[in-house]
Structures are given as structure tokens and as C-alpha cells.
Ligand binder design. Structure first.
Ligand code: URA
Length: 279
């Protein structure tokens, strides 16, 4: 009896090991072989530099009257065919807040609360599963996102999709959004006033979804969410708390495209996220 149990346990361990090796090998395809060689990743260490940040609450602000919601954007281009993340059948992604996010989308309406509305083609609300265990928060829409109305569809978005695939997640299994919902002119950093105006909607989105984890990508989103002015190198590598949700900051995919040597740390961050989702 105990022999059978041991054997079953050993098989489960082996399956997990094989899955880890496969995901590691998939991750190595993500940024190309030029970033190799490197040692296989170890499980992320516990916070080494600083204690975990205490939970904080971003003020949701007053809720203005709700103009009618505009129509949604077209679907995003698919990721490059050179990498196929693990395929699992699943429902089509909830788009732009049709379900539990509907009231928040309606409240946002055809937003003119800050000057960014003047230059936008589309307001980029967010996309993905409204019951996602993982919410990904970036900075603001870029040109492609402005044109399509969907976050992270440009080159860095395609890399983000492949990063998710490396930990066995499809894009439609997570929820993807930004701190700011309209493209800043020439992709400049959003101003503090624009962040203050827009971020209450992000808070409401995260509260409605109730994910197990938030992954912030890039310095801007990580700083704004965590209320820190630290470098990315200091913020990443630990699990923070925000609105009662664990937050894992990691490098922006655009940064990884320029700096493939940061790939190892990004993989550690992804493993940290995966660990939070597995519990
Ligand atoms: N960069 C971001 O931070 N967000 C997007 O949606 C696209 C690029």
C-alpha cells in the first residue's frame, strides 16, 4: 500500500519536473537563443532587499455620472507563430467589460476627464477573463493599442503573450489592462494628474475581478501601483501587496526586447507569479 503511494508520489514529482523543464525550454524560445546560455532558474528566493510593502489603498475617487459606453475595438493580431504555448480549450475572452466589468466600463463612458481623450482613437479599457486569477497592469496604450482598442497588441504585447505562454497561461485566461486608458501623445509618460484621474477605474476593475495576483510590467506601472519611486531592479524580486492582492513587479516586455540579458530575472518573476496562482 505504502509502496503504491510512494510510486504515485514519484510519478507526480516526475510529471511536475517534466512540466517545469518544458516551460523553461519554452521560455528560452521567447527571447531567442541569443540570450543563452544561462543556468536553469531556481525557485525565486524570499525577499532579500526590503521587507514586503504594506497594503495600501489607492483612492477610488468620486464616481461621475455614466454616459453611454462606446462600441468595442476589433480583435488583436495573434502572437507570432514561432512559439505555441500550451493549448487548452477555453471560452472566448471577455472583451472590454461586458460582464461584471460592464458597470465600470459604462461609468467610464466616452471619457473626457483628462486631456488624453483629445488625441486618442480608442479608449483601451482592458481585455481578458473577468474571473482571471492574474491581472496584468502596464503603463498606457501605445500606437497599436490606440488603433485597436486592445492593450498589449504591439510588439511588446506579442512578447507578453509568449511570456504568459511560458508559464502555461493563454492571454484569454488572464486580464490585461493599463494604469492609463488613453494613449499619451508620442508615448510620453502620463502625468500625475492623468494617473490620479484614471487609476480609480483600474482599482475598480481589480476589485471586481478579485485576482489571486497582479503582475505589474515596467517601472511606471510598478511605481504607480506600489506608490514607490524605486528602480525596477529594487522593486522586482519580491511580492508586494496592493488592495489586498499580491503584486509581482517585472520588467516591461519592451525593455526585455532591448535587454534580453534581463530574461533570467523575468523568468524568476514569472515563476513567482505561477507560485501565487498554484496555491
Ligand atoms: N505598453 C504598455 O504599457 N501597455 C500597452 O498596452 C502597450 C504597451
Amino acid at each position: 500500500m505504502s509502496g503504491e503511494r510512494d510510486e504515485a508520489g514519484a510519478r507526480a514529482l516526475l510529471r511536475e519536473l517534466v512540466s517545469d523543464v518544458r516551460q523553461w525550454s519554452e521560455w528560452n524560445q521567447v527571447l531567442g537563443a541569443d540570450a543563452l546560455p544561462m543556468a536553469p532558474p531556481t525557485a525565486p528566493a524570499e525577499p532579500a532587499r526590503a521587507p514586503e510593502t504594506p497594503p495600501r489603498t489607492m483612492d477610488s475617487g468620486p464616481r461621475p455620472a455614466a454616459p453611454p459606453a462606446p462600441s468595442t475595438g476589433e480583435s488583436a493580431p495573434r502572437s507570432r507563430p514561432t512559439f505555441e504555448p500550451t493549448r487548452r480549450p477555453g471560452p472566448p475572452p471577455a472583451r472590454q467589460g461586458n460582464g461584471i466589468l460592464g458597470p465600470i466600463r459604462a461609468e467610464l463612458g466616452d471619457c473626457t476627464r483628462c486631456g488624453l481623450h483629445e488625441g486618442r482613437k480608442n479608449l483601451v479599457f482592458g481585455v481578458g477573463s473577468e474571473t482571471a486569477e492574474l491581472v496584468i497592469v502596464g503603463e498606457a496604450p501605445g500606437q497599436q493599442e490606440d488603433l485597436t482598442g486592445e492593450p498589449f497588441v504591439g510588439r511588446s504585447g506579442q512578447l507578453l503573450t509568449r511570456m504568459l505562454g511560458a508559464i502555461g497561461l493563454r492571454r484569454d485566461q488572464v486580464y490585461i489592462c493599463n494604469v492609463i486608458k488613453c494613449r499619451p501623445p508620442n508615448n510620453r509618460d502620463p502625468s500625475p494628474q492623468e494617473v490620479a484621474t484614471c487609476s480609480p477605474f483600474l482599482v475598480q476593475q481589480v476589485e471586481a475581478i478579485g485576482p489571486r495576483a497582479v503582475m505589474t510590467v515596467g517601472k511606471f506601472a510598478s511605481q504607480r501601483i506600489l506608490g514607490l519611486e524605486d528602480t525596477m531592479g529594487r522593486m522586482r524580486g519580491q511580492t508586494h501587496q496592493w488592495e489586498g492582492v499580491p503584486v509581482v513587479p517585472t520588467y516591461h516586455p519592451a525593455y526585455l526586447l532591448r535587454n534580453p540579458s534581463a530574461k533570467r530575472q523575468a523568468w524568476e518573476d514569472l515563476l513567482r507569479v505561477r507560485g501565487l496562482l498554484r496555491r
